[in-house]
Design a protein around this ligand. Structure first.
Ligand code: RB5
Length: 149
């Protein structure tokens, strides 16, 4: 399993901590930046990490900003990406089980590092349920492809 990591300056520290957490668990990742606390624009880093997922170069993305909101908006504009902002373990589990999310977004200002590590672990280990949820995820793809529902 390979992870695409990305963050803006507002979540630089959280990204660094998550990178260390992944290393401790022996999970491979590519860090798409940013690489300091200097102010940057979140869409670029969300785009880089989300695109790696979209292209199949990474299996999942973990993308963070201060709130988690801006990066999720940017990531969801990349084809094939289903990004979900998560603030607790239940959301991290359900967005895998029901939405087949392939990117988790978190806000450094919203969650503790410990809580983020737990959400990452749950997100990466929970399977998509398929069944009726596959039909709904397929409808998301239809929207993405400009189909009328
Ligand atoms: C940066 O100040 C902040 O706007 C960004 O980290 C993010 O929260 C945007 O949604």
């Amino acid at each position: 399993m390979k992870i695409a990591l990305g963050a803006d300056h507002g979540a630089y520290e959280l990204k660094e901590a998550i990178a260390k957490h992944l290393e401790e668990k022996g999970i491979e990742y590519t860090d798409f930046g940013c690489f300091s606390k200097e102010s940057v624009d979140y869409p670029k880093f969300a785009y880089l990490a989300a695109t790696a997922v979209s292209k199949g170069e990474c299996d999942y993305g973990i993308i963070c900003c201060t709130t988690g909101l801006g990066v999720s908006m940017a990531a969801n504009k990349v084809k094939g990406v289903r990004a979900a902002v998560c603030t607790n373990n239940h959301l991290a589990e359900m967005t895998r089980r029901h939405n087949n999310a392939n990117v988790i977004c978190m806000g450094q200002g919203q969650v503790t590092q410990e809580s983020a590590f737990e959400m990452v672990d749950i997100f990466l280990s929970t399977e998509f349920e398929g069944g009726r949820h596959q039909r709904r995820v397929d409808l998301l793809t239809d929207i993405e492809n400009g189909k009328e529902l």
